[in-house]
Ligand binder design. Structure first.
Ligand SMILES: Nc1ncnc2c1ncn2[C@@H]1O[C@H](COP(=O)(O)OP(=O)(O)OP(=O)(O)O)[C@@H](O)[C@H]1O
Ligand SMILES: [Mg+2]
Length: 499
């Protein structure tokens, strides 16, 4: 799409790319204007990351042309593309954990910086320019995800980038960190730098992108100015069908008490007690650091807890470690993808079936066919996009890998299912499938504790919401009756509440 008087920094024309069994990109064409934020949306597996990896030289295209800053790009490498002014911040960040911040920013260029002193001084200057206060001598392994992202941005700026690609930068950021990122994006834009911004969060796309391209199944379906799209139209174009509601009706039949938790005390949690009922989705809301993850870790036996009591169906239950938790009927989708235990070279079916298969059989042949059945069932239920259930998980797109984890735990049919950010990185259509599965779990006697930084998700799916602030429960709400302000007030520790 060309607007009058604008200048195209990047022109992608009819680019195609195939992997065995998949046409990941089919004649893709997109123009990116100088000094704009160009959003790219599309279902999991639509081809977004593949296109970006072609631009940055990680993959080579099969056909088509790419013109960047007036020059046609052929066999480029990641380093050459950085040097030509095209930087990419990957879905899974790409820094060396064992090196310092400054060393990461100028990796391989210490001599140009006149040694380590120059490296750190220049790194400081770059970080200051994006209001990042992290010390340049700190090890990357000690940084939070958002700090790592800032380091990646500083690194991109160090190459005098004209275009910065951000592939799902926000999936691990808190709302305050996100505000900071938006400020930086606007600042970069003012300097004439273009941004390609990939996200599944449509609110972000509507908030600060100028132009949006929609991809589906390796094609570009549409590119136009953001203001010319409605949210509904964007979703329909992404998923290829109309989705009337983004959330299924909330499950209604909440039953008797399933679990009572009395007095959890850890160094972060203070005398925390609550109940969970059969058939209930209980949302936990709070800022990052409020103690949401600690509650889950305490319940799951991952952290040491002093003198608390857990009763499941009235029976005292001791949970000392994650195995006890699993035996007591807990299932857990952890937040961090890298800790989720996907074995990347293994097939989709063995990754999905590995938590549940042991309970069926030890016989090799039976095991194989069970593995296949379980894999096929979850691939269908969650619409995992893969050429086959035998494909290595490593070859799936980020969101489809996440679906395999959800499928793995679905198969264990837990009674108490703890979900920490279950739809992170998952597209709108597949989110709906996951919400439906959540509904299915609770309608069959289970219960769910839902932790999510997406407020609409908690408000639309939960029967009850507990707000946590600094390790304490500050409120209990019926999300159908309470206002967002009341709930947020309690989550921010401003007021205590109960509706
Ligand atoms: N190295 C690879 N080998 C084989 N297939 C691949 C490889 N990389 C990607 N694919 C396939 O190409 C298609 C596009 O994947 P891609 O990662 O570009 O999707 P995406 O739009 O970024 O999705 P997501 O929103 O889940 O990140 C998928 O079907 C994926 O399985
Ligand atoms: Mg991707």
């Amino acid at each position: 799409m060309k607007t009058e008087g604008s200048e195209v920094i990047l022109s992608i024309n009819n680019v195609s790319k195939s992997f065995p069994g998949v046409k990941a990109l089919d004649e893709v064409s997109i123009d990116v204007q100088r000094g704009t934020v160009h959003g790219i949306v599309g279902e999991n597996g639509a081809g977004k990351s593949t296109l970006m990896k072609i631009l940055s030289g990680v993959y080579q295209k099969d056909s088509g042309t790419v013109v960047f800053d007036g020059k046609q790009i052929e066999h480029t490498t990641p380093y050459q593309s950085m040097q030509s002014g095209l930087a990419i911040i990957y879905q899974e960040l790409n820094l060396v954990n064992t090196m310092s911040v400054g060393e990461n920013i100028f990796l391989g260029r210490f001599r140009e910086m006149k040694g380590m002193k120059g490296t750190h001084a220049k790194a400081r200057e770059l970080l200051d320019s994006i209001a990042c206060k992290v010390s340049t001598t700190k090890l990357v392994s000690e940084l939070s995800v958002s700090e790592k992202q800032m380091v990646e941005i500083a690194k991109a700026l160090s190459f005098k980038s004209k275009l910065i690609i951000m592939d799902e930068p926000s999936s691990s950021l808190t709302s305050e960190e996100m505000c900071q990122l938006v400020k930086i994006i606007n600042q970069l834009k003012e300097q004439g730098i273009s941004i390609i911004y990939i996200s599944h969060k449509l609110d972000e796309i509507f908030e600060f992108c100028d132009i949006v391209s929609v991809m589906r199944d390796g094609h570009v379906i549409d590119t136009k100015e953001k203001s010319a799209f409605t949210r509904q139209e964007l979703i329909t174009k992404m998923v290829g069908r109309t989705i009337e509601n983004e959330y299924p009706p909330r499950p209604l039949c909440v039953g008797d008490t399933l679990m009572e938790v009395h007095s959890i005390n850890t160094h972060k949690l203070h005398d925390l007690s609550f109940t969970l009922n059969k058939g209930e989705i209980l949302g936990l809301m709070g800022l990052v650091g409020a103690g949401r993850t600690e509650i889950v870790r305490a319940l799951f036996g991952a952290d040491k807890v002093r003198g608390h009591r857990v009763l499941i169906e009235g029976k005292p239950t001791v949970i000392r470690n994650p195995k006890d938790a699993k035996d007591a009927g807990f299932g857990f989708i952890p937040e961090d993808r890298k800790l989720q235990g996907l074995i990347l070279p293994f097939s989709v079916e063995s990754n999905i079936s590995m938590a549940s298969i042991r309970k069926f059989s030890r016989l090799g042949f039976l095991r194989k066919s069970l593995e296949k059945d379980i894999g096929a069932r979850q691939v269908k239920a969650l619409a995992v996009k893969t050429p086959s259930t035998k494909t290595a998980v490593r070859n799936l797109s980020g969101g489809n890998q996440q679906k395999c984890i959800v499928g793995r735990w679905m198969e264990t049919s837990p009674r108490i299912f703890i979900m920490d950010e279950p739809t992170k990185g998952i597209d709108v259509g597949a989110k709906y499938e996951i919400y439906n599965l959540m509904k299915h779990i609770v309608e069959h006697g289970g219960a769910i504790i839902l932790i999510s930084s997406e407020l609409p998700e908690v408000l639309n799916m939960s029967n009850r919401v507990l707000t946590i602030f600094e390790g304490r429960i500050t409120g209990e709400f019926d999300p159908q009756k309470a206002s967002v302000n009341e709930i947020m007030g309690a989550a921010l520790g401003i007021v205590e509440g109960c509706v």
